[in-house]
Ligand binder design. Structure first.
Ligand SMILES: Cc1ncc(COP(=O)(O)O)c(C=O)c1O
Length: 395
């Protein structure tokens, strides 16, 4: 049978991390040694106390549907967690729990953006933003995130991109793929523009616990922003819980109610035992200690990786302040980012992502994730240096 796909399917993008991972796994199956620096997933195990809490919940019968936006006690605990980390008084009515935070993004677009509207997305940025914006028939407008500006967006440039068709602004700090972190001043200027131009903002702060220099400023916490912001967080990154699937949205009650209806029509609810595990993640000294240990280790790895990359001729590496990615400029090597990423995987078994897969402004860069051991990071940078050295001497 020949299937006729809906036109919108041709507009749906993907995440190159999943494609590169699949290719890397095929090479591994052929016996090749691959170092995985493509994955956006912490390499730590979920803290044991969180696993224990989930097992207890399962044994206590957390095996049923829950209310669509989440179990009331868990939404309450989430509201307290959001209040503690952002300073914004948040109640359970503001909270929607979803199976992974990608749903918060999809639902925000479905409920607020019409076909033909414009959504401003960071470029380079998390590829799912552009993919979903285009999927729903809207126009993704690139907001450049430049290395010379420490991978922070420029408020003046943002201002120039807002039009009468702009319905939503997506901001992501700490940022994927660059690790850039917005300052308080940046957030204040972005907030001023959002308020002057009456924009709804989706503030993706999923990496908010992973900041190594200075502190994270929540755009949601800037005066006047809570009433126009969908705050996005989740369990995946801070507690190494990608496979548990829990996304967190905090938003004005009117939006939360609509998102509840979207949950009823799609996933029904997030997994009950995962929700109970979240309470343990948010509110226990063991969980806080585990996050601190992971942050400390990521910080150490970042310093080692950036240092090693800076020593490779042709690579210019800005030291990112947050998340667990570096996004070096590789233009001086003479390679296109796509060709270099392919060659590093095929020739020397180092899986990285091409910068252009995060948007046109990512061209000339590659993304390396340091969610891998220091030994592997050192081995990977040795392999990259040897590969580039050999390629230069051949040319
Ligand atoms: C910036 C950003 N936002 C959201 C997500 C989605 O995370 P999850 O669906 O696991 O909550 C990711 C995952 O890589 C991300 O990098």
């Amino acid at each position: 049978m020949t299937f006729q796909f809906a036109e919108r399917m041709s507009r749906l993008g993907t995440e190159s991390a999943f494609e590169v991972l699949a290719h890397a796994r095929r090479l591994e199956a052929e016996g090749r040694s691959i170092i995985h620096l493509e994955i956006g997933e912490p390499d730590f195990a979920t803290p044991q106390n969180i696993i224990d809490a989930a097992v207890r919940a399962l044994n206590d019968g957390a095996t049923h549907y829950t209310p669509a936006s989440g179990i009331p006690q868990v939404r309450e605990a989430t509201a307290q967690y959001v209040t503690k980390h952002t300073g914004v008084p948040t109640t359970m009515e503001n909270i929607v729990l979803t199976p992974g935070s990608k749903n918060i993004l999809l639902f925000a677009l479905l409920m607020l953006v019409e076909e033909g509207d414009e959504v401003i997305v960071p470029d380079p940025g998390y590829p799912i933003y552009r993919s979903l914006v285009e999927f729903i028939g809207a126009k993704a407008v690139s907001l450049p995130v430049r290395q010379e500006n420490a991978f922070r967006i420029d408020p003046a440039e943002l201002r120039s991109l807002v039009t009468d068709r702009t319905r939503l602004l997506i901001v992501n700090s700490p940022g994927n793929p660059t690790g850039g972190v917005l300052t308080r001043e940046d957030c204040e200027q972005i907030a001023e523009i959002a308020q002057q131009r009456d924009l709804v903002v989706l503030s993706d702060e999923i990496y908010n616990r992973l900041v190594y220099d200075g502190a994270h400023t929540s755009l949601y916490s800037i005066d006047g922003m809570a009433e126009r912001t969908i705050y996005l967080d989740g369990l995946s990154k801070a507690w190494a819980m990608c496979g548990w699937r829990l996304g967190i949205g905090a938003m004005p009650v009117e939006l939360a109610k609509r998102m509840d209806t979207l949950m009823i029509n799609s996933s029904s609810c997030a997994a009950a035992f995962t929700q109970w595990a979240a309470v343990e993640a948010f509110d226990s000294p063991e969980s806080d200690a585990a996050v601190d240990t992971m942050v400390h280790e990521f910080h150490r790895r970042r310093d080692i990786l950036v240092d090693a990359l800076k020593r490779i001729p042709g690579i210019e590496c800005h030291q990112p302040e947050g998340a667990f990615y570096v996004f070096p400029d590789i233009t001086a090597t003479g390679w296109e980012d796509r060709d270099l990423a392919n060659a590093l995987l095929d020739e020397v078994g180092v899986a990285v992502l091409r910068g252009s897969s995060f948007g046109p402004h990512g061209a000339g860069h590659i993304r390396l994730s340091y969610a891998n051991s220091v030994e592997n990071l050192m081995l990977a940078t040795d392999r990259i240096a040897t590969f580039l050295g050999a390629a230069v001497s051949q040319s």
